[in-house]
Design a protein around this ligand. Structure first.
Ligand code: ZN
Length: 301
């Protein structure tokens, strides 16, 4: 079944639980195409991107953003995903430092994301349009990313949460199914309800296989909180979209300073700047570089 990616947002159990579910296959296919990720890197980046999409459900207004950074000492290096709440839906972008990472499989051919991530820290940065972004972090407890995000939500935001992420990657690195679900308990949530929910989450079929069998985010959400009178509040489209532009990258070049720009202009005669979030290449010719140097020189000291 061919469906567009979406994020659905619901409340359940008389408003004491928030439940969100997302399908992200097309978004991750675009990420995989842009970054040419090998299977384990595709899974790690895909889970991180999907986690950021789920966290974006907590953003209140357009223009707000949440960034998830998985910073481990494994071969992947840094994994970064950012989701922005926009009029057009949830826009996500992200990258993995070493996209050509694919350690040996563990049992039954399962990708070993934890080994590729290693030990380290999970960062969550929320830009709510205030002067300072909010930053929180926890040590990585598993490296499989879903558990790490749940641990972050409990530890750093004091919100008991269930997070499940699924990314099914084919041997050629392409993503055939992807999505996730998150349930959060608000103060006043009943302990017995939470306990039942946890049991159900443990016995639930993996998200990736549910999506593979054609179940959409709404059905996945119902599978988890269906008997707790869920009420769907909204559904937003999700897509891979970067915020980079020629102007932004010109700004990055300008910040290198006059001396370095002059060196680039004289030695290379041009500069190619690649956006690490989306892989887009921007070429700045000698004239462009001279223009930037001129702008710097023209600035009052
Ligand atoms: Zn970009």
């Amino acid at each position: 079944m061919e469906t567009k990616d979406s994020l659905i947002h619901a409340v359940a159990a008389s408003g004491t639980l928030m439940a969100v579910a997302a399908s992200t296959r097309e978004t991750l296919q675009e990420a995989e195409r842009r970054h040419d990720t090998w299977p384990t890197a595709a899974a790690a980046l895909g889970r991180t991107l999907t986690g950021a999409v789920l966290l974006s459900a907590l953003l209140k207004s357009e223009g707000q953003r949440v960034m998830v950074q998985v910073s481990g000492d494994g071969p992947l290096g840094l994994v970064v995903a950012e989701a922005t709440a926009a009029a057009a839906g949830v826009l996500v972008r992200g990258y993995v430092q070493n996209p050509r990472t694919d350690p040996p499989r563990v049992r039954r051919g399962k990708l070993d994301v934890a080994a590729a991530v290693g030990q380290g820290t999970l960062w969550v940065v929320k830009d709510l349009g205030l002067r300072e972004p909010y930053r929180g972090s926890v040590p990585l407890v598993s490296g499989e990313i879903a558990e790490d995000l749940a641990y972050y939500l409990v530890r750093s935001e004091q919100t008991p949460s269930l997070v499940a992420l699924g990314v099914l990657v084919e041997p050629d690195g392409s993503v055939s199914a992807a999505g996730g679900v998150m349930v959060q308990a608000f103060p006043g949530a009943d302990d017995e309800t939470l306990r039942r929910l946890e049991v159900r989450a443990r016995s639930m079929p993996p998200i990736s296989s549910q999506l593979e069998h054609g179940r959409g985010p709404e059905e996945i959400l119902h599978g988890l909180v269906g008997d707790l009178s869920p009420q769907v509040l909204d559904s937003r489209p999700v897509s891979f979209q970067c915020r980079c532009s020629r102007e932004r990258l010109a700004g990055a070049l300008r910040s290198l300073g006059k001396e370095m720009l002059t060196e680039l202009e004289q030695e290379d005669g041009q500069a190619e700047v690649v956006c690490r979030f989306c892989g887009e290449k921007y070429l700045f010719t000698r004239e462009d570089l001279l223009g930037l140097i001129g702008e710097i020189s023209g600035k009052p000291q």
